[in-house]
Ligand binder design. Structure first.
Ligand SMILES: C[C@](O)(CO)[C@H](O)COP(=O)(O)OP(=O)(O)OC[C@H]1O[C@@H](n2ccc(N)nc2=O)[C@H](O)[C@@H]1O
Ligand SMILES: Nc1ncnc2c1ncn2[C@@H]1O[C@H](COP(=O)(O)OP(=O)(O)OP(=O)(O)O)[C@@H](O)[C@H]1O
Length: 325
């Protein structure tokens, strides 16, 4: 390797950033600004995108599908590589904030399912903020990065933070939640993605067609607080956590992709404690009693032919972090 290419390698900063699942997702009515108030409990899971940034003459983005085992991405060709990519938007926003040209190359290795309800794009935006803060040796504190993150998307602040957290507002206002021990998950990845706005829109449509503002089984975020789930997380009892998993967006995701009902049933039949649609879907997340059970459930689900791919993961894990792995 020439000294020049060595210096290019050493100039790059790589950040590893996790996927998320919502253990509780209470969705309020549509607000005037097009968003919904949420009460949500996020958990970061051990499926990661890697985002590398390096100095360049102009801003560019590349996205590669990790071809190794553990890859969650079916195809990355749907992901834009222009300035609409959330990672590019993060670089532009941070550049504007600190008065710097975002002349960097951003290379994303994708493992988080695309349009899967696991905050893949948000993860890349959060990773880019952390990577550029390190590359440019910025004197910005965490609160400033969180503020920029919230401007990029509702899930981006959680991708920065990771762990387990209670989210309110659009989902961007976070407080940490104590979770004892690790939870073991199986993820069933769907063949087609779901658009987040389309799923929220479908929930509004279903609610408009129903007789109640907040239909039976849904949680009113104005009044409901996921206390029982938070106590279960503190106790580290996976059975108790499983019985308090809840997602108001689930029926909208099922309405748009009815085959997910079969996937949810198959996971529980395979021995999971409970199954839930992850965020806006269509990924289904199954909570298992322990790591051995997760491997067994994953094997059985793979054989059932109800998913494009099946992965195991554990949580909580930290948010976007510089790595040299
Ligand atoms: C479904 C979740 O993943 C749960 O954590 C998030 O609420 C989605 O967060 P996100 O992908 O970061 O979403 P954003 O980029 O902020 O918003 C995309 C679109 O989703 C809808 N949206 C999002 C968040 C929210 N609290 N209410 C909404 O109605 C809006 O139509 C919005 O235009
Ligand atoms: N870096 C990125 N990674 C993935 N998708 C991106 C990225 N930048 C922009 N997008 C666009 O965003 C769309 C949603 O992709 P993403 O993987 O973030 O969905 P998601 O995980 O369901 O989102 P969330 O869970 O935050 O609602 C994609 O179809 C793609 O066109």
């Amino acid at each position: 390797m020439s000294p020049t290419s060595l210096s290019v390698v050493s100039d790059a900063v790589r950040v590893r950033v996790p996927a998320k699942v919502n253990l509780h997702l209470g969705v309020g009515p549509l607000r005037a600004d097009g968003y919904h108030d949420l009460v949500t409990v996020f958990q970061a899971l051990s499926i990661y995108d890697d985002v590398s940034v390096a100095p360049a003459t102009t801003l560019s983005v590349s996205v590669t599908r990790d071809s190794g085992r553990g890859s969650g991405s079916r195809d990355v060709s749907d992901i834009p590589v222009d300035n609409t990519n959330l990672a590019a938007r993060a670089a532009i926003a941070l550049g504007e904030y600190v008065g710097r040209e975002p002349a960097v190359s951003i290379d994303i290795v994708k493992r988080i399912p695309v349009a899967g309800g696991m905050a893949g794009g948000s993860a890349d935006a959060a990773a880019t903020l952390v990577a550029l803060a390190a590359l440019w040796k910025l004197d910005v504190d965490r609160a400033e990065l969180v503020e920029l993150a919230a401007g990029l998307g509702s899930d981006v602040p959680f991708s920065l933070r990771g762990g387990t957290a209670l989210g309110t507002g659009r989902g961007e206002r976070l407080v940490p939640v104590l979770a004892r021990g690790d939870l073991h998950w199986v993820l069933a990845l769907a063949r087609d993605g779901l658009s987040t706005p389309a799923v929220y829109h479908e929930l509004d449509r279903l609610r408009d067609n129903g007789s109640h503002d907040v239909p039976e089984g849904d949680v009113d975020p104005e009044t409901a607080h996921p206390d029982a789930l938070i106590s279960a997380l503190a106790s580290g009892d996976a059975n108790a956590v499983a019985s308090h998993l809840h997602n108001d967006l689930q029926r909208a995701a099922l309405s748009l992709q009815p085959t997910l009902r079969r996937t949810l049933r198959a996971g529980v039949d395979a021995g999971a404690l409970a199954g839930i649609v992850s965020g806006s879907g269509p990924t289904c997340a199954f909570l298992c009693a322990d790591d051995v059970s997760a491997v067994n459930v994953a094997a059985e689900l793979s054989g059932a032919g109800v998913a494009r791919a099946v992965r195991t993961a554990s949580g909580p894990v930290p948010g976007a972090r510089v790595t040299d792995e």
